[in-house]
Design a protein around this ligand. Structure first.
Ligand code: NAD
Length: 279
């Protein structure tokens, strides 16, 4: 594949660019994932709460691509109404595997830390067993802040392979990226394109795009890749799916990177992990 891999802390290889399927209805997921696989994507990011693991799994099975060439991520939805135990974590994991039609996932994440609860510690202790057994090749977290990560590092056997966080030029997450670097945790960017909203018409981004003869989405993805982030852009439009992976034949220069760094204004598009309670 044309997509380079990064090596996670536990030695597992992960493609630096993958395909996200949040908000893709289950009935459309198979077509979108099939288009992505045909375009060369090998990493797919889904979650139990996206309710499209079955459609995603169908496309993976129909593709004929060898399992060890695919990288499948799903996530546990740790709703606060549940008091999580080893058994309930294993039940959620088994349900995801069965919907995906797989016997292992490459990466299993806890979707949110869940404000007001420290069940994430219990959940991650069970994730350690899943990693040990090989049913999850790597385990990690999503939407964790440094204080959550610090507790994980001191109170569980898990060193998260990945923290998947909201990250785009308007929310560059410098503090978290520095923390990750110190602890060998890979930074994975969700909503890498800023959900296709104002970011892609920002005059700085369109100017850099014009300079390189590329699209704004390609410039933003290049910025992530050159920072070392893993990215999982989402689209259901075949031309955009192909455009978003066609980013390995040009480079932003230092001036471009400086201009884009100036767009970091703390704009969050999703919930704040400090207060969000998954329900
Ligand atoms: P994104 O930043 O990938 O933007 C997707 C939107 O941008 C599309 O719906 C489309 O409107 C537009 N777009 C895509 N490609 C384009 C192109 N080439 N040109 C113009 N517009 C384009 O947003 P996202 O879907 O929120 O994030 C990507 C993935 O991250 C999700 O699908 C999901 O897998 C993951 N995610 C995870 C969490 C989490 O809590 N862990 C939260 C949100 C998203």
């Amino acid at each position: 594949s044309k997509v380079p891999s990064i090596i996670l802390g536990n030695g597992v290889r992960m493609p630096q660019l993958g395909f996200g399927v949040w908000q893709v209805p289950d009935a459309e997921a198979a077509a979108a994932v099939t288009t992505a696989l045909e375009a060369g994507y090998r990493s797919i990011d889904t979650a139990a709460v996206y309710a499209n693991e079955e459609g995603t799994g169908k496309a993976l099975a129909a593709s004929g691509i060898a399992r060890d060439e695919l990288f499948v991520t799903t996530k546990l939805w740790n709703k606060v109404s549940e008091t999580w135990t080893r058994d309930s974590v294993l039940r959620e994991f088994d349900a995801s595997l069965s919907k995906l039609g797989l016997d292992y996932v490459d990466l299993y994440l806890i979707h949110w830390p869940a404000a007001g609860s420290d069940d994430y510690l219990t959940i991650l202790r069970t994730f350690a067993e899943l990693a040990e057994s090989g049913r999850a090749k790597a385990v990690g977290v999503s939407n964790f802040h440094p204080a959550h990560l610090q507790r994980v590092l001191t109170e569980t056997p898990v060193v998260p392979a990945v923290n998947q966080i909201e990250l785009h030029p308007n929310l560059a997450q410098g503090e978290l990226r520095a923390f990750h670097e110190r602890h060998n945790i890979a930074t994975e960017a969700w909503s890498p394109l800023g959900q296709g909203k104002g970011l892609l018409t920002d005059p700085t981004i369109t100017a850099v795009a014009g300079k390189h003869g590329r699209t704004p989405a390609q410039v933003v993805l290049r910025w992530h890749l050159q920072l070392g982030n893993v990215v999982i852009p989402k689209s259901v439009t075949p031309d955009r799916i192909r455009e978003n992976i066609d980013v390995f034949d040009f480079e932003l220069d230092a001036e471009d990177l400086r201009a884009i760094a100036a767009l970091d204004n703390g704009t969050r598009l999703g919930p704040d992990p400090e207060t969000f309670e998954p329900s």
